[in-house]
Write a protein that binds this ligand. Structure first.
Ligand SMILES: *Cc1c(COP(=O)(O)O)cnc(C)c1O
Length: 506
């Protein structure tokens, strides 16, 4: 292991398969230019029916000539796409310590269950009477998530965490309006994820910033001063984005409730709480979950995601339409007769494939397994914290939950920033951690290993991080010009995001 880390190229190559790498360099410049006239990936038998004139058959929609598609043999196509897939990084290749994102392993049993024909093929227009199986799955997931969060009611419609925030804040607004009191502002701590203020603004609220205290938590006195008759809610992430549990959460809820304001919890960090404590028990009124984070359904490009919103009973009438109900004999059906509902937020019922995966994960683990998962996630983060705190600056000494946030203070003194260290990590065969977030930590390195990682993988990561810290002392230029083992090195990230080139043209 140690020698791998001393020679990062070897390690990176080990993780991405050395053979493909050497093959790549032979094919430099031929990456996309593979077509040659007349090649085909198929052969059809001779026509055994009379030929028809396509122009006569199709009339004016007949294109007249073939599409200009690349001409390739089957193996060339297979190799092209397989090679491209190896230039990417995946949780199936190694640790993916992207803090706040909970990039955990997607268990294969989830995929097996999601492919059961009766579930995978259940058409959303199928009458309820003929869809009792999938409705049972949805109901069981709803009840499981209600139990896990300690809330009273839930909607599975939202397609992501941010979409869940939007839905949750719509509930908050609908409730205040039903009280004849449309309030104006939402309080958001300065450590929050960017989607929180964006959500509040898009729901028509003014965003008021709440400063964190020295421990990275909510300053109760500041909160007391800032909550008034115009405050609709506080949006709080717990544990916060610096991985710290808000131990004053009960008091925070009391301060808000005393002034008629609600407590929204961003549940993206539930991987630190599942089976240990429940937001519904510590005063939260409404929250979202990210099934693609905490409950192991695929993430990012492998999505789609799912961001259920759970709430207390008094918010239930406002949930998106339809909600799942059942009659005395247990037959389930969608209820559309919901006069106070905020309306629909998603076509049909949400991303049902993700419901099946999340339920498979919950049932495969069971209550003990879920609790163990939480404990392992917290243990792994604290192991990394302990093993790296002598080389990287730890801005908040408060105990860490499932993620740990360092800063680049010591490395910045030698001209190396968090982004450089993250890029160098790629050479060591790891996906970067989260860079420069949360914003309250200058030059943040936010690391979340999740419970998926073995001690061996954690040690390899720690060795890589320590080796990079040493390089910063001895050969800082090496780190500042990383990565050195990828096909492209430093991209113009702003340009790539603003003016993406999505098509290949000769
Ligand atoms: C991921 C995340 C979100 C947004 O969730 P998406 O599913 O990516 O839309 C919101 N808040 C926090 C703290 C997060 O980590």
């Amino acid at each position: 292991m140690a020698t791998d880390v001393v020679n990062p190229q070897t390690d990176a190559a080990r993780r991405t398969t050395g053979k493909v790498r050497s093959h790549q360099s032979q094919n430099e410049g031929l990456v996309f230019e593979k077509s040659s006239p007349g090649k085909k990936a198929y052969k059809l038998p001779p026509l055994d029916v009379p030929a028809v004139d396509p122009a006569g058959l199709l009339g004016e929609v007949w294109r007249g000539q073939g599409a200009e598609l690349p001409e390739l043999s089957e193996i060339e196509i297979i190799r092209h796409f397989t090679r491209l897939s190896t230039w990417n990084y995946a949780i199936d290749l190694g640790m993916y310590p992207l803090g706040s994102c909970t990039m955990k392993y997607n268990p294969r049993v989830n995929e097996l269950v999601a492919r059961i024909e009766g579930l995978a093929e259940a058409h959303p227009y199928r009458p309820d009477a003929l869809a009792q199986g999938i409705l049972e799955v949805i109901d069981l997931l709803q009840r499981s998530l209600i139990e896990i969060t300690g809330m009273d009611a839930i909607t599975l419609q939202p397609a992501a965490g941010a979409h869940g925030e939007f839905t949750g804040i719509l509930l908050v607004r609908a409730w205040h309006e039903s009280q004849g009191n449309a309030r104006k502002k939402i309080l958001i701590p300065d450590s929050a994820h960017g989607t929180n203020p964006a959500t509040a603004a898009i729901c028509g609220y003014e965003v008021e910033n709440l400063k964190s205290n020295a421990e990275g938590g909510i300053d109760l006195e500041a909160l007391e001063r800032q909550v008034d008759g115009e405050t609709a809610a506080l949006m709080l992430t717990n544990p916060s984005t610096i991985g710290v549990f808000e131990s004053q959460i009960h008091k925070i809820a009391d301060i808000l409730h005393a002034k008629g304001a609600l407590l929204y919890m961003d549940g993206a960090n539930m991987n630190a709480l599942v089976g240990k404590t429940r937001p519904g028990d510590f005063g939260v009124d409404v929250m979202h979950l990210n099934l693609h984070k905490t409950f192991s359904t695929p993430h990012g490009g492998g999505g789609p995601g799912s961001g259920p919103v759970a709430c207390k009973q008094f918010l239930e009438p406002f949930l998106p339409t339809p909600v799942l109900g059942q009659n005395e004999s247990g037959t389930k059906s969608w209820n559309y007769d919901r006069p106070q509902s905020v309306g629909r937020v998603r076509a049909f019922y949400g991303n049902t494939g993700m419901f099946i995966r999340a339920l498979a994960y919950i049932l495969a683990n069971g209550p003990d397994g879920l609790r163990q998962t939480t404990e392992d996630a917290v243990l792994n983060a604290n192991y990394i914290r302990k093993k790296l705190e002598d080389v990287y600056e730890l801005p908040y000494k408060t105990p860490s939950m499932h993620e740990v946030v360092f800063s680049d203070k010591r490395q910045a003194a030698r001209g190396v920033k968090t982004g450089d260290i993250a890029k160098r990590l790629i050479d060591y065969g790891f996906h970067p951690y989260t860079v420069s977030f949360p914003m309250i930590v200058h030059g943040a390195l936010m690391i979340e290993p999740t419970e998926s990682e073995s001690l061996e993988e954690l040690d390899l990561f720690i060795e890589a991080m320590r080796a990079i810290a040493q390089e910063v002392e001895e050969t800082p230029e090496l780190v500042k010009s990383a990565p050195h083992s990828t096909r492209v090195s430093r991209l113009d990230e702003v340009h790539a995001a603003r003016k993406p080139v999505l098509r290949w043209r000769r």
